[in-house]
Design a binder for this molecule. Structure first.
Ligand SMILES: Cc1cc2nc3c(=O)[nH]c(=O)nc-3n(C[C@H](O)[C@H](O)[C@H](O)COP(=O)(O)O)c2cc1C
Length: 189
């Protein structure tokens, strides 16, 4: 196997679920966003809008909306999680990036998902932790999230396709079990 700096970053990136309070630097955020901006998209349509939330009050408002939505989810594990006083839909990370896209475009979901993946890798290369936070996407796309979505300036006709949190790691995560190549690969020659 060939190992270079890019491969090392890809192999070592893990989802981080515990963050320091300290905000990431502007230059680090800019670098992460540039990685998303230059990611591939269907027919190069770049149908995305990157909404970055670093304001503590707004983060707290989003967190409470997620809590309420989980409390009504009907899923006992989720409901238990949401009941905890220290519940954080984003593991107390200081930066949230919400990627929305024009829902009229066929590839918008893939484009927005891939853009967040690029951002995760850029963050990992800078030793910044990240994690996909699906509950935020679900809540903002629901009827209950409509008002909040508007407040965040996400345009009509745009759907949230991916949301991720970023920050300095408080705990270095272990690698969860991963399938081996011989379980998932079929090479046709
Ligand atoms: C579509 C998608 C949804 C995910 N949703 C969540 C989530 O809501 N909360 C969370 O903590 N991690 C979430 N994750 C992260 C996965 O749990 C994680 O990628 C997986 O366990 C593998 O771990 P790794 O990223 O460290 O390799 C999500 C990942 C993807 C791709």
């Amino acid at each position: 196997m060939i190992i270079n700096e890019t491969i090392k970053t890809i192999l070592s990136r893990r989802s981080v679920r515990a963050y320091k309070e300290e905000q990431i630097k502007e230059e680090e955020l800019f670098t992460i966003l540039e990685a998303g901006r230059l990611s591939p998209s269907g027919m190069n349509r770049q149908p995305w809008l990157f909404t970055i939330v670093q304001n503590k009050e707004i983060l707290s408002k989003i967190n409470e909306a997620c809590r309420n939505s989980l409390l009504k989810s009907g899923n006992p594990t989720m409901e238990e999680r949401a009941k905890r006083p220290d519940f954080s839909a984003f593991y107390n990370a200081p930066t949230l990036i919400i990627i929305s896209g024009d829902k009229g475009l066929m590839t918008a979901q893939y484009d927005c998902t891939l853009a967040l993946g690029y951002m995760f890798l850029a963050a990992a290369s800078l030793n910044i932790g990240s994690c996909w936070v699906h509950g935020i996407t679900v809540m903002l796309n629901s009827e209950e999230g409509k008002e909040l979505k508007k407040e965040l300036g996400i345009p009509e006709g745009y759907q949230i396709y991916s949301s991720g949190v970023f920050g300095y790691k408080a705990i270095e995560p272990n690698c969860p079990p991963k399938k081996q190549l011989d379980e998932i690969v079929k090479i046709i020659k």
